[in-house]
Design a protein around this ligand. Sequence first.
Ligand SMILES: Cc1ncc(COP(=O)(O)O)c(C=O)c1O
Length: 449
Amino acid sequence: MIPWTRRSFLVKTPALSVATPALGIAFGAAKGVGGAGKPALLGGPKIRSEKFPSWPVSGELEERALIETLRSGRWYRGNGQQTKKFEDAYLKLTGARHCLATANGTSALYVALNALGIEAGDEVIVPPYTFIATINVVLRQHALPVFVDTNINTFQIDATKIEAAISPRTKAIIPVHLGGSACDLDTILSVSRKHGIPVIEDACQAHLAEWRGHKVGTYGKAGCFSFQASKNLTCGEGGAILTDDDELYERCYTFHNNGSGLKAPGGNFAYSGTGDNRRMVEMEAALLLQQMTRLEEQSQRRTANALYLTSLIKEIPGITPAQMHDGCTRNAYHLYMFRYRRAEFAELPRTTFLKALTAEGIPASRGYSPLNKERFLKAALESRSYQKLFPENVLRNWEERNECPANNQLCSEAVWFTQNMFLGSKSDMDQIAEAIRKIKKHAGELTAA
Ligand SMILES: Cc1ncc(COP(=O)(O)O)c(C=O)c1O
């Protein structure tokens, strides 16, 4: 019996799996990259039975840091040092002037909106292709989300359509760097400057991503990050705001600390504003400091694997990987996204394509559905507060004004792989490509089944 499977061999010798790319290709070729064999969904052998690398990754570093923080008895930023240390480290990493750690990414956005004075009756420009938190924070302010369609090639907000969505009520733009790639910041910032409307970058999925050589999250008035469990940098739940604006930083600090600011006169129980409690916990910061030591290496591995996968699947008719905008000089690959066109796969519905991929041992999902069409949004607009705050014609025309046809199409075609799938070897990528080719080859049978 061979003591090691090919997978465990590669896992146990990571340098080898990275340093000898030809090895991965050879394995892929040996497995028949041409896509032979009956699909697993129809009872054939699956292409992959090993699990992809699990997430999150932790070890002694994290254990030691957590125990030390636990034993210190200093569990919150008021008497501990971990949160401040993390903020300093994140500043160093991103090149921003200020960093404020928060309870989560939603809180980062919420605090930034409040610190910028976005309030009831305002409008905020948002993409429809994002996690719901980007929209929820706008609704929490009783502001009106105004959706700008998606660029179907990049999966990012179509920045060329933002200007047309601006009204006298528009008080902020929240572009999202979706999936770890960057949205078109040149166009967005130029519209922002022209109209004097602040940009809050939602960089919750984009740690280490760059626009023209600088980290995303450092271009807008504020940049918001999430360290939730699925994210490339995680402590389970957590978030951060970056800003270069001294005053805005103070306002963010004050708001996230129940109105008690950095310079509040009189110490405890002195308030320089209203607020909420959105503070990070010391254990989270301690964990993040250790996770950061792994971030660069993990990121490079994801990038190498993602680029390799793109080279394998981009020529498959019906598969179109998400493109990057020209200014995106680093993609963090939080998600690997592509469009699936069923017409090229014998009309095999995307749902069956996803099931077939998953049956081959390649977990895949369909990603977001169109947020601008969510029923709860309609209910929000019909609520008493919105009826009081917005002119009747604004609410009546909202649906028409918020049509996003490109996004509708994208939501019907998108396929996602999660970031942990890119932490393994090139041969993992060969298997993904092999599974797609296999399904394509048997698409007719799968459609008929
Ligand atoms: C684009 C985007 N915005 C906001 C958030 C909210 O972050 P959190 O889950 O940390 O509150 C997330 C996280 O899932 C996200 O992906």
